[in-house]
Design a protein. Structure first.
Length: 134
């Protein structure tokens, strides 16, 4: 049963571009690092780097890593250079896309079906990339 209104959404957000000073493979690796499941070795390296920081940076970094540990993004084959999708029942789906040096997010909630929303986000991504290449 729905307690209140279920506000559907669809939008593009967080458009940004990486510097020309970084090669495309490094840009992809950095992008993927923000979404993939981190290995024990990667987590240990992050913890070691945080331990070297000032208290304020260490505290905020540790809190960010707690949030990051509970975040589940799924790799999506196809759109852009790299893409990751997550679903939350309350907020819907979000597709994070890297296309060359451009990064953006597609947010979609048109139903309670994660796969339907993911499909729509992928189609929107394709349309955006088509427009960018014209």
């Amino acid at each position: 049963s729905i307690i209140g209104p279920d506000n559907n959404i669809m939008g593009v957000s967080m458009l940004s571009f990486s510097s020309d000073n970084i090669d495309l493979e490094s840009a992809k690796d950095n992008f993927d690092m923000g979404y993939k499941q981190l290995s024990e070795v990667e987590l240990k390296k992050i913890e070691e780097n945080l331990a070297k920081q000032k208290d304020e940076v260490k505290k905020s970094g540790t809190e960010l890593m707690k949030v990051r540990a509970n975040s589940t993004w799924e790799f999506v084959e196809g759109p852009g250079t790299s893409a990751w999708f997550k679903w939350r029942d309350k907020f819907g789906g979000e597709l994070a896309v890297l296309a060359g040096r451009a990064k953006f997010n597609i947010k979609v909630k048109v139903s309670d079906n994660p796969m339907e929303n993911r499909g729509i986000a992928e189609k929107l991504t394709e349309k955006i990339l088509e427009k960018c290449h014209k």
